[in-house]
Design a protein around this ligand. Structure first.
Ligand code: AMP
Ligand code: MG
Length: 391
């Protein structure tokens, strides 16, 4: 049995990043930038009005002043207006500021009378003007290599005129669930059988990481059938198998992998839940064997499969998001493996939820965070702890 850190190190060492590609912005969400990107335009690109109102010269626009309106400056076209003291130009939000003007009075603070306008407030210089470059300067870094592309990243790239972006590779995954007792949801259940919840869980987790599911199948605990399923699965970049990796007579995954000449790098890791975790390589495919118990499959996916997928996609932050929270109960780990406790983060507190056993799917479904308790560690209610989140 190896440590969790060692297992993670070995997994990450044996996967590499895939070839980068350039995609339209509309398809870039949740991929990782393969380049550092700098601003080619300042934001705003020109001084413009923050309001519908009048562009004026502040020093000649004291409260009660009557100004002559010389023209109209809409957004989208520069009319090339110039104003002098005593004059104003009608202006709209986003329109370029006419030459000579140094402030905008909002419409609500004016009274229009024919081609004249009365200012009803004192006007300060620069008021309601959005200055060129005040948000973003030309040449400023806007995207780091390996940074995840979020909706707002896409908006920023679009505002720079970029129609596409170069991102890391697209990871595709095969999912194989095993077990004679496991039946696809939607079919009839006989005595002693259970529905396959892991397959859909793992497919969702794969997609949640930004990878795509190329195939998903169920396989009974039969050596030959497993070999065939694995042969199909290793055509993807990664193969995630669930069940059949433990020590029982029906746990045949490891033997099937060996028959196929796979290299088994890891089997059994000091982690609770998830001890039987297996990792190997077959025909250029990274093969993950996750335990069949749903919570074990979930935890080992997040701790080992997720970082591998993110690395292959070119991500620079492979860790789950961490949040500090106040623990609501005393917790101790008297076992010999680090324990991931499932719970809920709510209003800055962490509350363990449901039965902390590896089969307890309901509790897992109600949780949104994991607390890792190291071997021998005891935590007291009220303590601030670091929590991993995934939602
Ligand atoms: P295994 O790792 O194959 O020994 O399975 C451990 C436990 O997980 C058993 O109780 C299985 O019935 C259960 N299990 C295995 N595969 C699945 C699955 N795909 N969905 C839900 N539970 C499963
Ligand atoms: Mg099984």
């Amino acid at each position: 049995m190896i440590s969790e850190e060692e297992a993670r190190r070995r997994v990450l060492q044996s996967v590499g990043s895939l070839r980068e590609r350039t995609v339209p912005l509309s398809e870039a969400l949740d991929y990782f930038s393969a380049r550092e990107v700098v601003a080619q335009l300042p934001l705003p690109m020109f001084d413009n009005s923050a309001m519908d109102g009048y562009a004026v010269v502040a020093s000649s626009s004291k409260k009660g002043t009557r100004l002559h309106v010389i023209g109209e400056q809409p957004a989208g076209i520069d009319r090339g207006l110039r104003i002098s003291p005593g004059e104003a130009a009608r202006i709209f939000t986003g329109a370029p500021i006419p030459a000579g003007a140094d402030a905008v009075v909002m419409q609500e603070d004016t009274t229009r009378e024919g081609d004249e306008m009365v200012v009803n407030v004192d006007v300060d210089p620069s008021e309601f003007i959005r200055r060129r470059g005040c948000d973003l300067a030309e040449g400023q870094k806007i995207l780091r290599r390996g940074e995840r592309i979020r909706p707002t990243t896409i908006a920023l790239l679009a505002s720079q005129g970029f129609a596409d972006v170069t991102v890391g590779g697209q990871v595709n995954a095969a999912v194989v669930s095993t077990g004679d007792e496991v039946v696809a949801p939607g079919s009839k259940l006989d005595q002693g059988q259970i529905y396959d919840s892991n397959s859909i869980l793992l497919q969702a987790l794969v997609q949640h990481c930004g990878a795509s599911v190329k195939s998903a199948e169920h396989c009974p605990d039969q050596h030959e059938r497993l070999i065939q399923a694995i042969q199909r699965g290793i055509k993807s970049h990664i193969l995630v198998i669930t069940g059949g990796v433990s020590v029982g007579e029906h746990d045949l995954v490891q033997a099937a992998l060996r028959t196929l000449g796979a290299k088994i790098d890891i089997w059994r890791v000091a982690i609770k839940p998830g001890k039987p975790f297996l990792f190997g390589q077959a025909g250029g495919c990274a093969v993950f064997g996750l335990p069949g118990n749903p919570v074990s499959a979930f935890v080992t996916f997040l701790q080992f499969v997720r970082p591998a997928i993110l690395k292959m996609m070119g991500g620079n932050n492979l860790d789950l998001p961490k949040i500090s929270a106040r623990l609501t109960v005393d917790l101790a780990n008297e076992g010999d493996r680090p324990h991931y406790v499932r719970g809920r983060i709510e209003n800055g507190t962490f509350v363990p939820i449901g039965r902390q056993e590896s089969h307890a799917l309901f509790g897992l479904s109600q949780s949104n965070a994991l607390l890792r308790i190291a071997v021998g560690e005891s935590l007291r209610a009220g303590e601030i702890v670091d929590i991993q989140t995934w939602d």
